[in-house]
Design a protein around this ligand. Structure first.
Ligand code: G3P
Length: 215
């Protein structure tokens, strides 16, 4: 299972890389806007700092032709760029065009398994179902993941299931139990994964007892 970091913040990406827990980066226009600098600068810096790890950069055009044109520009930031397209009819059209050219696509803003089926048929490399935003409206997000896993395995689709809108470690655990290929998560979720109070209490006790051994 791969872990991606869902941020456009360079310090967070670097810390995640240092922890050895980052296999890729996903961004979106909202995350890029938080950085308060031109998008091109942020995108270029991220693509450079992660070497050959995949970096999803999102288009903002609403027509397939515009999306394809934007993709051409975004690809200039690095060979590791994955084009993030919204799961709308025009996004699916653009996905087909880009995938046929060998460009990797991440179909985003996916909220049901049928949309994920369409993404796979359009040749997407990744599909991003948003579990947290479904939970927010009292629809269990993880049921969507379970159903996508079943559909993809029924037909042998190779599109990777990239669980997005992850808000807590339970989302990561459930994504792993259902066999999702990737979970993309904010830095604070990555930082929370190793935490357990019994680990801290146990360590404190071991160190205290070790001290007693030293004359
Ligand atoms: O990158 C998309 C995504 O992960 C959004 O998360 O928390 O804004 O729903 P959130």
């Amino acid at each position: 299972m791969k872990f991606f970091i869902d941020t456009a913040n360079l310090e967070e990406i670097q810390e995640g890389l240092d922890l050895g827990l980052v296999d890729g980066v996903t961004t979106n226009p909202s995350l890029a806007a938080k950085e308060g600098k031109p998008f091109g600068e942020t995108a270029g810096d991220i693509c450079k700092m992660v070497g050959d790890l995949p970096v999803s950069l999102e288009v903002v055009g609403l027509k397939a032709e515009e999306m394809v044109r934007e993709a051409d520009q975004l690809m200039k930031y690095g060979d590791n760029v994955v084009i993030k397209l919204p799961l709308i009819d025009e996004g699916l059209k653009a996905c087909r065009i880009l995938s046929q050219k060998g460009i990797k696509v991440n179909q985003t803003l996916v909220f049901n398994p049928l949309q994920a089926l369409l993404a796979a048929k359009a040749g997407a490399t990744y599909v991003s179902p948003f579990v947290g935003r479904l939970d927010d409206i009292a629809v269990p997000g993880m049921e969507c993941i379970e159903q996508i896993v079943t559909i993809y395995s029924n037909y042998g689709f190779e599109t990777e299931i990239l669980v997005a809108s992850v808000r807590n470690p339970i989302h990561v655990l459930e994504a792993a139990l259902y066999g999702a290929d990737v979970a993309t998560m904010p830095f604070k979720v990555i930082k929370g994964l190793a935490k357990h109070p019994l680990t801290d209490i146990g360590l404190e006790k071991f160190l205290a007892d070790w001290k007693k051994l030293q004359g």
